[in-house]
Design a protein around this ligand. Structure first.
Ligand code: GLN
Length: 191
């Protein structure tokens, strides 16, 4: 199984390490052509507006919409979840608009810019450690999307078919269970 990590900005190396630990072959993706032989893709955290600009500049917008529409799984973490979302609170436009969720950016406020909690994630475990850094949260999910975790009554992990979104940084701990969960999704969707 070959999984790419979009490598335009953000926490790329850590995702590569976790994906390898979870059992995949992981490669950084810097050019749209490199999507061709991938089974799935991770959109890392960072700054969604910056990553989006670079995605436009390097021809990733249409290429990733095609990738997703072809049924290839995508896992968006933190800024990556914002990039996947069909709706962003307070903004008319979204970025990729592939996943049926609405997100709000920087949703945990200034006092709680960055924190770590242990929480249950459905299908993953009761004690999953999650690192939040200027994190968004998922305001609502569409009819076909599933809520996998909530923190502070806010949705922080959701799945919509072959799309998975986490508001936090699953690559910043030693726990590869959410990456393993994503690899199971990839197996399911691989034809
Ligand atoms: N606050 C960032 C944004 O809005 C996301 C932060 C992150 O990815 N750690 O894009």
């Amino acid at each position: 199984m070959k999984i790419g990590v979009l490598a335009l900005q953000g926490a790329v190396a850590e995702h590569l390490r976790m994906l390898e630990e979870a059992g995949a072959t992981a490669v950084p993706v810097k050019k749209a052509e490199e999507l061709a032989d991938l089974d799935g893709l991770v959109l890392p955290g960072g700054e969604s507006t910056t990553i989006s600009k670079l995605m436009h500049k390097y021809g990733f917008m249409d290429a990733l919409r095609e990738f997703g529409s072809a049924g290839k799984p995508i896992f968006g973490t933190c800024a990556g979840a914002i990039l996947l979302a069909k709706q962003i609170q307070g903004q008319d436009e979204c970025h990729l608009g592939l996943m049926d969720i609405k997100v709000e950016r920087n949703a945990f406020g200034r006092q709680k810019e960055s924190f770590e909690v242990t929480m249950p994630v459905a299908g993953v475990g009761a004690d999953y450690p999650a690192v939040f850094i200027r994190a968004p949260y998922i305001v609502e999910v569409g009819e076909n999307a599933e809520v996998l975790a909530k923190y502070d009554e806010k949705i922080v992990v959701a799945r919509n078919g072959h799309y998975l979104a986490a508001a936090f940084h699953p690559e910043l701990t030693e726990d590869a269970r959410l990456h393993k969960y994503f690899l199971e999704m990839v197996k399911e969707y691989r034809s």
